[in-house]
Write a protein that binds this ligand. Structure first.
Ligand code: NAP
Length: 334
């Protein structure tokens, strides 16, 4: 194949150590080696992409770089038998968009071990409405279910509820029959959260206890936390006996000001979620559930589509916690 040109967002560091973002022409030969070359139809914006796009070395060590931890598209070339040109596929996380050129470009080339066939019940666009956020939310829900928490066990709290992971968690839990309470800083989005399936809403202030008591009135049978800090600590202190708390994010804070009392007096389990290195067999099982029994009726309404050229301001918005649902990036008609 001739060295095809394509469009990609390139993040560069200038001589004053400032990071800039531009849509540039790239060549297939600029991509890293890999088994599968994929023409990207859709990507999506995650909080981690915004960190990569603003020079966060904890996410991306070397620049210039193309972010985008999520990509869905069509195989163009493959040197493995498991994928053939024309196959619809999904790639999320591993090193995509971190130190491997990611989904904010019209082509990616990746190891075959990162690629999942698109489940037949999902479109490429729907798979990116889920993306890493949906996979992560699905992992949290799976751990709550595996921990023996059923809809009869009690209410489930979801923090950062209007965000990508939060919206997906609210919608999936509601689809599974749980009564979901969403914590949000966006009081104007109550209707949005109720349409996703939330039974009720709490403000961030109401979800934060600044007192020193090690335990609070037990309210939650399960928690999906995307924010960390005082809100997560309050959620754990307010959880019931044997509750399962799945912790995946830190947009509020990486700190966790707690004692051990919730764990030793109430048997609460705090479960860490790492979607990046989640084993492929477990990923396939989560994607199967996302495409079948967990698929929310309101899935499409959580996705807001933009082109690559309109992505830049969304990156600043997600860092300020202003994004609602999922920003989907359409790559195939730039
Ligand atoms: N562990 C993993 O594998 C994994 C995978 C994916 C994402 N993550 C992490 O999960 C977190 C959420 O990711 P995302 O892509 O869903 O981000 P997002 O779309 O920006 O959602 C985060 C939401 O958190 C709330 N929020 C923002 N700032 C806050 C603050 N200071 N205090 C309390 N709440 C705040 C906002 O929702 P409201 O306005 O509704 O409160 C915001 O929309 C990030 O830390 C991300 O890195 C981890």
């Amino acid at each position: 194949m001739a060295d095809k040109k394509f469009q990609a967002m390139i993040v560069k560091e200038d001589e004053n150590k400032q990071f800039t973002r531009e849509i540039c022409e790239q060549s297939i030969s600029d991509l890293p080696d890999g088994d599968v070359l994929i023409r990207v139809s859709y990507s999506a914006l995650n909080y981690k992409d915004a960190l990569s796009a603003t020079g966060n070395r904890g996410v991306t060590r070397k620049y210039p770089h193309t972010p985008g931890v999520d990509a869905a598209g069509i195989v163009e070339q493959s040197n493995v038998d498991s994928f053939k040109p024309g196959d619809n596929v999904i790639v999320t996380s591993y090193d995509l968009g971190m130190n491997t050129a990611g989904g904010f470009g019209q082509y990616i080339r990746v190891p075959a071990g990162w690629v999942i066939p698109l489940p037949k019940e999902l479109t490429l666009k729907q798979s990116m409405i889920y993306g890493t956020a949906g996979l992560t939310a699905g992992m949290c829900v799976s751990r709550i279910i595996d921990g023996g928490i059923t809809p009869d066990s009690g209410d489930i709290l979801v923090t950062g509820a209007t965000g990508g992971v939060g919206s997906m968690a609210v919608a999936i839990l509601a689809k599974c029959g749980y009564k979901v309470i969403g914590v949000t800083g966006k009081s104007a989005e109550t209707e949005y959260l109720k349409k996703l399936g939330a039974a009720d809403i709490m403000t961030r202030e109401d979800a934060t206890d600044s007192g020193k008591r090690p335990l609070l009135k037990a309210k939650w049978a399960g928690v999906v936390d995307t924010v960390g800090g005082d809100i997560l600590a309050t959620a754990i202190k307010s959880s019931m006996h044997n509750a399962v708390v799945a912790c995946c994010g830190l947009v509020a804070s990486p700190d966790l000001p707690l004692t051990v009392f919730p764990f030793i007096l109430r048997g609460i389990s705090l479960i860490g979620i790492d979607s990046q290195n989640y084993p492929m067999t477990d990923r396939v099982s989560i994607w199967k559930n996302l495409s079948e029994k967990w698929k929310p009726d309101a899935l499409e309404s959580t996705g807001h589509e933009v082109g690559l050229k309109d992505l830049n301001p969304k990156i600043d918005e997600i860092l300020k916690g202003r994004v609602k649902g999922r920003i989907i990036v359409k790559l195939d008609d730039q």
